[in-house]
Write a protein that binds this ligand. Structure first.
Ligand SMILES: Cc1ncc(COP(=O)(O)O)c(C=O)c1O
Length: 347
């Protein structure tokens, strides 16, 4: 079936806004800068997972599932959006999370709990597969049929959401008479970047798509993984696109201070500075794990003249996740920078 005709359930609000960042454009002084607000897709605050979940949840419904299980870290945005989508569709939400139950539910866990998710914390990552099997068996014994969604919703079906987002962007560009030459997003489990890269080739988009990694990884391996993922998705849906390593554009940042920071989900002051810059100029909140890192990359590429050449413009894809700002560890780590960024007066 042609990728355009794959059935999906409606979960989000589309098109998500495509807006000019007037103040960031002035601040950086190079080209015109836009933002695609995929942080406001809904449900449960949404983010990039909603586009993927529309296709995955359709399959869950079509196959008669009554429960949905997915995996991630304890603060997974994907998990929170999956829970929101499941409750909206009347399915039982099950999260299998790698990490400890600290006894305090903050950030995404606060929201997962509010929506009534069944949450299983797994201390030993080596036991993950076993736990998933046992949890599935437990629900199936009770008469449920469990739909299993991979981490990040990043399989070929989930990626269709981001393939199709390219069409939405091209339509908005036409309606708003915009010229966008470069699009920057994060790359984690690859569904977003892989989907957009494939969508850009398939729909002949007038822009290229550049990714910023969210964790330090061997460069050649990441590029090879993206190539393999994109070509697998293309083959699955008979899209006739085949990419090579030359098509994959990943901005790693300086060797001594990469955009990914030291580690996945490790708060660092440089990433937080990027978050604060967008917050104080546009009133838009990024997250410390994904979009803060990617936006730092976006700003530096613009400032250094690497992204935008004469007369060009660029768009940042905001993929959501800002609720991670309210996890205890991020709040604790941010206090100094917050105090320095505002004025407080006790009267
Ligand atoms: C807010 C946010 N942005 C970006 C990503 C990365 O997207 P992908 O996993 O599709 O590469 C994630 C993944 O969880 C996310 O939560």
């Amino acid at each position: 079936m042609a990728v355009e005709n794959i059935k999906k359930v409606k979960l989000g609000h589309y098109p998500t806004p495509l807006e000019k960042m007037e103040n960031m454009t002035k601040l950086l002084g190079k080209g015109e800068l836009f933002i695609k607000r995929d942080d406001s897709t809904g449900p449960a605050f949404g983010g990039n997972k909603t586009r993927k979940l529309e296709y995955l949840m359709q399959e869950a419904l079509d196959t008669g599932c009554t429960a949905v299980m997915t995996i991630g870290g304890t603060q997974t945005n994907h998990g929170r959006t999956t829970v929101g989508a499941a409750v909206k569709l009347g399915l039982k939400p099950i999260l299998v999370l790698m990490g400890e139950d600290t006894g305090y539910l903050s950030g995404n866990l606060n929201l997962d709990a509010m929506m009534g998710a069944d949450i299983y914390f797994v201390s030993n990552p080596a036991k993950l597969m076993e736990v998933m099997k046992d949890v599935t068996a437990k629900y199936e014994e009770q008469g449920d049929k469990v739909y299993n969604i991979p981490g990040g919703g990043s399989n070929p079906l989930g990626a269709v959401g981001y393939i199709m987002s390219v069409k939405e962007i091209m339509q908005q560009m036409e309606e708003q008479q915009l010229k966008i030459d470069h699009v920057v997003c994060t790359v984690g489990s690859m569904g977003t970047y892989g989907g957009m890269l494939l969508g850009a080739k398939y729909f002949n988009a007038p822009f290229d798509v550049i990714a910023v990694p969210v964790a330090p990884e061997p460069k050649d391996k990441k590029v090879a993984d993206v190539v393999a993922f994109v070509n697998e998705v293309s083959k699955t849906y008979d899209m006739g696109v085949e990419i090579t390593a030359e098509d994959v554009k990943i901005a790693w940042g300086p060797e001594d201070a990469p955009y990914s920071g030291e580690a996945y989900n490790k708060p660092d002051p440089v990433t937080r500075e990027a978050i604060i810059t967008l917050a104080k100029n546009e009133g838009i909140m990024l997250d410390p794990t994904y979009t803060g890192k990617a936006f730092r990359g976006f700003m530096e590429l613009v400032e250094q003249g690497e992204l935008i050449k004469d007369g060009e413009s660029a768009m940042f894809v905001h993929t959501g996740g800002a609720m991670a700002l309210w996890t205890k560890e991020h709040l604790d780590d941010m206090q100094g920078q917050l105090r320095a960024n505002c004025s407080t007066t006790q009267i």
